[in-house]
Ligand binder design. Sequence first.
Ligand code: SF4
Ligand code: SF4
Ligand code: SF4
Length: 289
Amino acid sequence: MCQWCMKHGAGGKWYMNAKNYSNELADSLLAREYLTEQWRNFENIYIRKIMGFSSIDLGYKLQMPIIGKLLKWNAEKMIHSDSKNRKAVRGDGHFGQVIPLEDAKVILGNLAAEPIIENYCMCRWMQRGIKECCCINFGQLSGVIEKLPRFIPQNLQYKISREEAIERIEKHNKRGYIASVWFQPVPYINAICSCENPECGGMRLRSDFGLHTVYKSEYAIKVNPDKCQACGMCVQKCQFGSLKLVPSLKRVIVDPMKCWGCGICRHACKHDALEIVPRESIPGLRGIY
Ligand code: SF4
Ligand code: SF4
Ligand code: SF4
């Protein structure tokens, strides 16, 4: 289990704790006000400014010997903040974790608070200029987003039932989009995204600046060498370059440090040679999220 499970998981995974989806928790955190402020200013928070800092030359600044360490420490503190003084316009208290399809289905089927909506992905809009409807939001965030027309698809049904939400996440996942679940603000959970790397702002902040805006999943992939037929189909599916076909071995091998445990590669395997296993069951990956 990651440190967020220890803190907010009540003995299990943080995103499997029903309390973190409740209206009572949202009200106690003034989530509606926080989310309104955050989503009204989304582009300013995550593009022109990142965690309160100007994004211009941020990579360079973060590499400076002392100032860089201080900036990074401060940014991590903001991202993971559960303080009453956190500011939505800095993106405080907002981070997520990659999850496999199985866990996304449990959340949407049982835990997510209604109403549920599916709206435009802001990362793809900000980074590629395209509007794609693939972010599933729920609970108090749904009502906040509905009041902001630029996030709402015009020709698609965006208010969806639990069953429709499960169908949609399954479709996105099989297409190769990575499921992720989000605190906003910590520890209130109200979103399951379907991301691509590196368009996802969270993954971008992690890969470019080393900031923990999104964590690897609680799982990692395992290849069954007896079943693998070395077709190479899974290699093309992995967005993190963690699978490699080795012709002399007649199978794929995994670079475990690169694997995010999203489980997407499994959809490509016709030989049932890939499975996800708990990250903690692999000694070299324990504690690495
Ligand atoms: S986190 Fe993923 S799905 Fe959500 S807005 Fe960003 S890329 Fe889109
Ligand atoms: S190898 Fe790991 S990171 Fe790559 S698709 Fe499979 S589970 Fe995801
Ligand atoms: S898709 Fe399955 S059979 Fe093909 S290389 Fe990957 S693990 Fe092996």
